[in-house]
Write a new protein. Structure first.
Length: 194
């Protein structure tokens, strides 16, 4: 009788060992290969995945979302003369953060009722910066002679609408907070820019 050696268990052991070696090689190779791909996609998709926002102007004492500290009530003349103030804040855009950037300007003034009003200094006609003329007690646009009263109402037909009034809050310490917004120019409706 011809008997063949019984090497089957040894062959199964080698086969399993080869399978486990190949399996773990594929798993580890896959992890090593996918890591840079995942990191790269995360980097490039980050601006899309996170909410674009403008940060830095608000602090713990902020009266709410979007309000920026601009000045103090004590800095405004009691006679209602407007004061020009530049709006600055930190801007986050995609991967970059720009610290303390100018984003616009406003005119602040004390009203007869004792409150504070704020107007965007951008002319609603073509976007030029409006100046305050003390001798006539009016705002005047240097580009096309648009004119506005102290309450922002237009005095001629050149601008399509009055000056853009902004929300203002004065906190208990007398700090003035403005919810700054720019609006589309050349239209009669007050439509926020994106």
């Amino acid at each position: 009788m011809n008997e063949q050696p019984q090497n089957k268990p040894a062959e199964e052991g080698v086969s399993r060992r080869n399978f486990m070696t190949k399996f773990w090689s594929v798993v580890i190779g896959g992890i090593v290969s996918l890591t840079p791909v995942v990191v790269g996609l995360t980097f490039f998709l980050d601006p899309i995945l996170r909410k674009r926002k403008v940060a830095g102007g608000e602090s713990a004492g902020s009266p709410g979302e979007g309000f920026l500290k601009v000045s103090s009530e004590a800095a405004l003349p009691a006679d209602g003369t407007p004061v020009f103030q530049q709006i600055r804040k930190n801007v986050i855009d995609a991967w970059n953060t720009y610290i303390d950037q100018p984003v616009g300007s406003v005119y602040l003034r004390k009203t007869e009722e004792g409150g504070v009003s704020a107007f965007n200094s951008e002319c609603p006609h073509l976007g030029c910066t409006v100046s305050y003329v003390d001798s006539s007690k009016q705002y005047k646009c240097p580009c096309h002679d648009s004119k506005f009263e102290l309450d922002g109402e237009r005095t001629n037909e050149i601008p399509p609408r009055p000056m853009d009034e902004l929300d203002v809050k004065v906190d208990e310490s007398g700090d003035i907070w403005v919810k700054f917004q720019s609006y589309k120019i050349g239209v009669s409706e007050q439509i926020p820019k994106n």
